[in-house]
Design a protein around this ligand. Structure first.
Ligand code: PMP
Length: 367
């Protein structure tokens, strides 16, 4: 590319997603997918698709999807904005609602797409540091700002805010939008959806990628007042009229009907998580209290990067960021019981962990 050409092209530092290795036998615990299949109703909906569903454009308003979501959440149909994954909904939220020129606030440690969208859309931002226990301090969000974005539970920590803390942040910010990214809420958090009746500055994003085992379908919805949802609709229709395929719309509606199935899967994942945290503690790992389908954990002596590389060599993929504050932590998705046992037994065989662990046990016997 010649220099003239290059200087006319915008250079962007994009978000980097977790690796997607595609070999048989891999234990993939790096992008917080659900280890269980989508519900029987979803599979049936998928099988019901006809060639016409591929030939024709989808309903631009995703009416069936909206109707099913409205019924599920107890909201009006015009309070639901269907989206092509929550990344789509969140990007439109940054583009549409953070328009004051004042900085948007989010934590220093959170979903790393937030600063990327800020830069991409020219939205100024400031970060508020999590405390020493990686908790969000609600009072950090009471200063003047152009909007607030919080993942609840937060990622990659898994730590959740309670409804009173959310309420406090909403009360302090009546003039700006508070966007709650509840991607992981169904694994142990308390959703702020009931607060939509009281707060017109609240917008909530729910993905189908985690709790509903549909990461490959790219489905999500934003929930808010009819006025906010209409603004997102106008943004969508200025950008991409048909973000959700006919297959996606049909499957989204079916997924809402099968909530008992998904609740059972989430309960199982939460049980697996607690067992895994206990097993890891015995190996010298300290894990933050997680309300999500992943854990954020650090070994008391071993470097996270070394464990990450060792696990990768053994075909177990987890997530590690070489960044200040979190460089010594690993984020590990909670998979099936068997997958988590494999992580534990593999780490047990890591010579360094063994050495440190025995040392610790040895030290204890001297007490
Ligand atoms: N928010 C958070 C906090 C996430 O971790 C993710 C998953 N990477 C997303 C949003 C995006 O999820 P999706 O686009 O698959 O709905």
């Amino acid at each position: 590319m010649n220099e003239d050409l290059r200087k006319n092209i915008r250079q962007i530092a994009p978000y980097t997603a977790g690796e997607r290795p595609d070999r048989p036998g891999i234990v993939k615990l790096n992008t917080n997918e659900n280890p269980y299949p989508p519900s029987p109703g979803v599979i049936e909906a998928f099988r019901s698709l006809a060639p016409e569903d591929f030939r024709l454009y989808p309903d631009a308003e995703s009416t069936d999807f909206r109707r099913a979501a409205a019924k599920f959440y107890g909201l009006a149909e015009n309070q639901v904005f269907p989206a092509n994954g929550s990344d789509d909904a969140l990007a439109l939220i940054f583009l549409t609602f953070f328009n004051s020129g004042k900085p948007v606030l989010f934590p220093d440690v959170t979903y790393s797409f937030y600063p990327v969208w800020s830069r991409f859309f020219g939205v100024p931002f400031e970060t508020a540091p999590l405390d020493a226990d990686f908790r969000i301090n609600p009072s950090d969000y009471s200063r003047e700002n152009g909007g607030v974005v919080l993942a609840n539970p937060n990622a990659p920590t898994g730590v959740a805010l309670g409804p009173d803390e959310i309420r406090y942040i909403l009360d302090k910010n009546p003039g700006v939008i508070v966007a709650l990214d509840e991607a992981y809420i169904d694994f142990g958090g308390i959703s702020a959806v009931p607060l939509l009746r009281e707060y017109d500055n609240l917008i909530i994003v729910h993905t189908f990628s985690k709790y509903r085992s549909l990461a490959g379908m790219r489905l999500a919805c934003a929930l808010g007042s009819a006025e906010l949802i209409a603004c997102l609709g106008a943004a969508k229709n200025s950008y991409n009229s048909y973000p959700i395929s006919r297959a996606g719309q049909c499957i989204a509606a079916a997924a809402f009907a099968d909530d008992a199935y998904y609740r059972a899967c989430a309960a199982r994942i939460a049980l697996t998580r607690e067992k895994f945290v206990g097993d890891m503690a015995k190996l010298g790992f300290r894990t933050l209290p997680s309300a999500a389908n992943f854990v954020f954990t650090a070994h008391e002596k071993m470097k996270a990067k070394e464990i990450f590389l060792y696990l990768k060599e053994k075909d177990i993929y987890v997530r590690h960021w070489d960044l200040p504050r979190i460089g010594n932590h690993l984020r590990i998705t909670v998979g099936t019981e068997e997958q988590m046992e494999k992580v534990v037994t593999t780490i047990k065989e890591f010579p360094e962990v063994n050495k440190n662990h025995h040392r610790k046990i040895g030290a204890k016997t001297h007490e």
